[in-house]
Design a protein around this ligand. Structure first.
Ligand SMILES: [Zn+2]
Length: 582
């Protein structure tokens, strides 16, 4: 079996003339909107030309970037790839200005609905066109756009770079050695409690040397975002983030209400895990990721293939066949090696009707679960092939639906036949992750809200930010965590807070998990008859608001009851875990 992926479907190397042709064409197309707008075609013709040019541009960028980025993903110092990546990045300024020109073009069409009604192409792109028209109301003033973006390069963008520099070179002093931060954070998973504790203490101590510049970075980025937001005529950052991800406030409130109600259940799990590890006052922060029990499941890549194909074929034959096809046709790069990036991802290529998956498989059950997760993204991309490429832009909240569904299905299937010891470990893993995605995410949401509130009046100091983080952890974890052993510096550690364009990069994770679990619960209730609806819903993820997409499978995301039912899945797991602990 081949363990590396095949990239020759894109180009035959960086000297393939097709790559140069594609790059030339990208350059041409990135001035298309201005030309189309200036021409004297009818509005319908202008819109049709814009759709054609944007679709072509999107496919070409996806091919050229795909080839370059995938090459680098397994060979991070490949010089040709680095050169091409640089070249493509430089071209993105024009691509972005072209996007703004498209928004202005669509925004300037007097009667968009009449245009859509006259053209089949436009009907197939109706949601995207309507959304673009709304975006026109939030464009920066045209004469200022260029200057504001350029000032941002020396503002929030510069702070973000400083953050990357500070954290990229941040080291932790442990046992007389200077260690990179990720290595020390990784010790949270160590089986030895003394290692976990000393790593945590050393990590916290290390932040003293960077927390002041980091506090300024955070304030610089958040402050600029607030100014931009005002210039774009949004009432506040959260509203902007919700609008951009097609979600309404009612849905967010319903989800948060159900999460707050479920916090005591998560705390039951945390306290039970604490007891198991010898802590009577809740879990200390450094033991959140402590392994418990003994996992005996090991897999080769061939065995993983066997398990995935058989599990998914039983439930959804087409998905089973898709997984077999992906594995057998070298869509996946399985094993870790030098120069290859860590973690895992799936990238879809709409025009080529395929995806590529990177994992770092070493044989644990969690590696098989990661494969199921990434191939869930792949299946989602397969379903999206039914709609035009410009309708495949999906909000983060819905992007994890298929991957969570797959992970849950696999874990349920394996747990059914596993012995008690293994079941315990799998349950604990599942709860550990759910706690991060629900409880920790809730604390991050509270923290970020507090930062924006404080930033209205002043630049919060590091000490103030530490206190805000402790308050957020108290509200989220409560007595589940030992109150004397928390993590005031999580705001230094998590890069999500420093993203220039994306704020509140937290609640979408909780939404993604709970929506995926809710969809899985529907499948359990309705059985095989649910699957055609499921695939159609996946295909429609870029064609409507989140509430509309969810409604297509009968889910009302504005109702607290829906979120309660999704959290019931976790509650059931907590009950089982607490029982097994005894
Ligand atoms: Zn994912």
């Amino acid at each position: 079996m081949e363990m590396t992926w095949d990239l020759s479907v894109f180009y035959n190397g960086f000297d393939d003339p097709q790559l140069e042709n594609d790059i030339q064409r990208i350059a041409e197309l990135s001035h298309s909107a201005q030309k189309i707008a200036a021409g004297n075609s009818s509005d319908v013709e202008k819109l049709e030309k814009m759709v054609a040019a944007s679709s072509e541009l999107s496919n070409l960028l996806s091919n050229a970037y795909g080839f370059t980025q995938l090459t680098l993903a397994t060979d991070c110092t490949n010089e040709e790839a680095l050169r091409y990546l640089d070249r493509l990045s430089n071209m993105m300024v024009d691509v972005q200005l072209n996007s703004s020109a498209i928004v202005r073009l669509v925004g300037g069409i007097a009667d968009l609905e009449a245009c859509i009604a006259q053209s089949e192409t436009l009907k197939a792109h109706a949601f995207m066109l309507r959304e673009t028209k709304e975006q026109a109301e939030h464009l920066l003033p045209e004469d200022m756009e260029k200057w504001m973006l350029r000032m941002s390069l020396d503002g929030a963008e510069a702070f973000s770079k400083l953050r990357d520099r500070l954290m990229g070179s941040h080291t932790v002093e442990l046992d007389g050695k200077s260690l990179p931060l990720p290595a020390v954070r990784g010790m949270a998973y160590d089986p030895d409690p003394a290692v976990r504790k000393s790593a945590y203490e050393a990590e916290l101590a290390s932040y003293a040397k960077v927390e002041t510049p980091m506090a300024f970075c955070l304030s610089g980025i958040k402050g600029e975002a607030m100014t931009m937001c005002e210039a774009q005529k949004y009432p506040d950052i959260l509203s902007r983030q919700l609008t951009e991800s097609r979600m309404d406030r009612e849905t967010l409130d319903a989800m948060l209400t159900a999460i707050r109600e479920a916090l005591p259940d998560f705390r039951r799990y945390l306290r039970a895990k604490g007891k198991l590890l010898g802590h009577n006052d809740g879990l200390p922060f450094y033991d959140l990721f402590a392994p418990v029990g003994e996992a005996s499941l090991r897999y080769t890549v061939e065995e993983a293939r066997e398990l995935l194909v058989s599990t998914f074929t039983k439930v959804h034959p087409e998905m089973g066949a898709f997984i077999a096809h992906a594995i057998d046709n070298r869509w996946i790069d399985f094993l870790p090696r030098e120069g290859k990036e860590g973690g895992a991802f799936c990238a879809g290529y709409h025009q080529k009707k395929m995806c590529r998956v990177l994992t770092n498989f070493v044989g644990s059950f969690s590696d098989v679960s990661t494969l199921a997760h990434e191939l869930g993204h792949g299946w989602h991309d397969r379903c999206l092939e039914r709609v035009p490429v410009l309708m495949t832009d999906i909000p983060m909240q819905l992007a994890e639906t298929a991957s969570i569904f797959n992970e849950t299905l696999l874990s349920h299937t394996v747990r059914e036949t596993a012995d008690e010891k293994t079941r315990f470990v799998l349950l604990e893993n599942s709860l550990m992750e759910a706690t991060q995605t629900v409880v920790d995410i809730y604390s991050r949401f509270l923290f970020e809200s507090a930062v924006f509130e404080a930033r209205k009046t002043h630049t919060p100091s590091a000490a103030e930010l530490n206190q805000m983080m402790l308050d957020a952890q108290e509200a989220a974890y409560g007595d589940g965590l030992d109150k004397d052993v928390r993590h005031p510096s999580m705001w230094v550690n998590k890069s999500h807070y420093y993203n220039v364009g994306l704020h509140f990069y937290n609640f979408p994770y909780a939404f993604g998990l709970l929506f995926g679990l809710g969809v899985f619960a529907l499948y359990q209730k309705e059985g095989a008859s649910f699957l055609p609806k499921y695939d159609a819903m996946l295909a429609s993820c870029g064609s409507g608001t989140i509430a509309e997409v969810a409604a297509s499978v009968g889910i009302d995301v504005r109702s607290v009851d829906y979120w309660r039912s999704a959290l019931d899945v976790v509650r059931g797991e907590v009950d089982e875990f607490v029982k097994l602990c005894k």
